[in-house]
Ligand binder design. Structure first.
Ligand SMILES: Nc1ncnc2c1ncn2[C@@H]1O[C@H](COP(=O)(O)OP(=O)(O)OP(=O)(O)O)[C@@H](O)[C@H]1O
Ligand SMILES: [Mg+2]
Length: 368
């Protein structure tokens, strides 16, 4: 039986209702000749759940480590709640963190792992044994694993280990929670469950959380705002809707979902692909352009049309609720089209069928 999330299990939290805002100002970080963070600026609101999203090597972990105080920037400043924390030691930052392959202490039980941060406190702020016991059990209740208190890490599943790591990070009452791909190593179903659970936990704990992922779906589903990073810089910051619906750069467009690319040219406010004409009102005349169309934004028709793109279906893949069709188009790379199962069945599409493609939505980026 699975227990639901129960906020009343929360331990009393001195910092509750007092999360921290974080300002990152002109941060630069180099490793030798390599620029890992390139003059980065970012304001994180108090109580926000922010996702850092970007490809491998773009600087996500480096930024998180700088926020935590585990890494020093070469230039720039970090403010915690308006106060300069650039030189504040990691222990004084009131930050809790969970890393991707976060090793629990193997020789300690789950209970002792969670209690660790409290036990190592200086004597005058260390809670009594009875308080530690209550607190650890409350936290284990919060992550819904109270019944595993006496087990050792090796006797837990991957998802359970990550939840214990989270309980351990929360034990020290952080005002900021930093998570570096905490669910990266888990299978899709467990990940999905844990990320919804994390969202609820964040809301109940009243903390500021920064969450690193390279999984766009995870970022879009969980975060209040998404920061899309590329090569040590921020490409775009916005709500999930903003970054998905109005990507400011081709990089963001491509990173946030599958996309078909068409090379074209803008002529008097229109870009042509095959017979289809895409409005490009802001593009200079006679410039080369790339047109981006998401696979689910293409309509298929059997009726020949000189305002559509002619092609032939070469592959059909059933993916649960949706169906992916690959369409060969003369002079272009194969085009991916995604249909709902229903629309696919209504169309009775088969491999070898000639089709006409109509982009419903498209975005035109001109060079420069
Ligand atoms: N200690 C280091 N010494 C040298 N180079 C480093 C060091 N730490 C990070 N880098 C480099 O800085 C860049 C950014 O690394 P970082 O770990 O921040 O990337 P990331 O976005 O977290 O990637 P991933 O998704 O793979 O975890 C990488 O090119 C990495 O090789
Ligand atoms: Mg990383």
């Amino acid at each position: 039986m699975r227990r639901g999330f129960n906020p009343s299990l929360l331990p009393p939290h001195p910092s509750q209702g007092n999360p921290m805002s974080i300002e990152i100002k002109n941060i630069n970080k180099r490793f030798g000749d390599f620029t890992a963070l390139d003059n980065l600026n970012l304001d994180i609101a108090s109580g926000e759940l922010l996702a850092l999203l970007g490809p491998s090597g773009c600087g996500k972990t480096t930024l998180l480590r700088i926020i935590a105080g585990l890494e020093t920037p070469d230039q720039g400043q970090i403010l915690f709640h308006g106060e300069d924390a650039t030189d504040t030691h990691v222990r004084e930052r009131q930050v809790g963190f969970v890393f991707q392959h976060y090793a629990l202490f193997r020789h300690m039980t789950v209970f002792e792992n969670v209690a660790f941060g409290l036990r190592v406190r200086p004597k005058k702020t260390r809670p009594t044994e009875a308080v530690i016991k209550k607190k650890v059990h409350d936290l284990l209740g919060l992550v819904q694993l109270d019944w595993l208190a006496d087990r050792y890490p090796a006797q837990l599943s991957g998802g359970q280990r990550q939840r214990i790591a989270l309980a351990r990070a929360l034990a020290v009452e952080p005002r900021v929670l930093l998570l570096d791909e905490p669910f990266g190593a888990l299978d899709t179903k467990v990940r999905k469950e844990l990320r919804r659970w994390l969202r609820r936990l964040h809301d109940e704990m009243h903390i500021t959380s920064v969450f690193v992922t390279h999984d766009q779906e995870e970022a879009l589903e969980v975060a209040d705002r998404v920061v899309v990073m590329n090569k040590g810089k921020i490409e775009q910051i916005g709500t999930p809707e903003q970054v998905y619906d109005t990507p400011e750069t081709p990089f963001v467009y491509q990173f946030l979902g599958d996309v078909n690319l068409f090379h074209s040219r803008v002529h008097e406010g229109w870009a042509e692909i095959g017979g289809a004409r895409i409005e490009a009102p802001n593009s200079p005349n006679e410039t080369t352009a790339t047109v981006y169309v998401r696979p689910h934004e293409i309509d298929l028709s059997r009726d020949a049309s000189d305002s559509a793109i002619a092609g032939v279906i070469t592959h059909i893949r059933l993916l649960g609720a949706t169906v992916r069709l690959e369409v060969e188009v003369a002079g272009h790379e194969a085009v991916e089209v995604e249909l709902t199962r229903e629309r696919y069945q209504d169309g009775a599409w088969r491999v070898g069928d000639p089709v006409w493609l109509n982009p419903r939505e498209a975005r035109v980026y001109t060079a420069g």
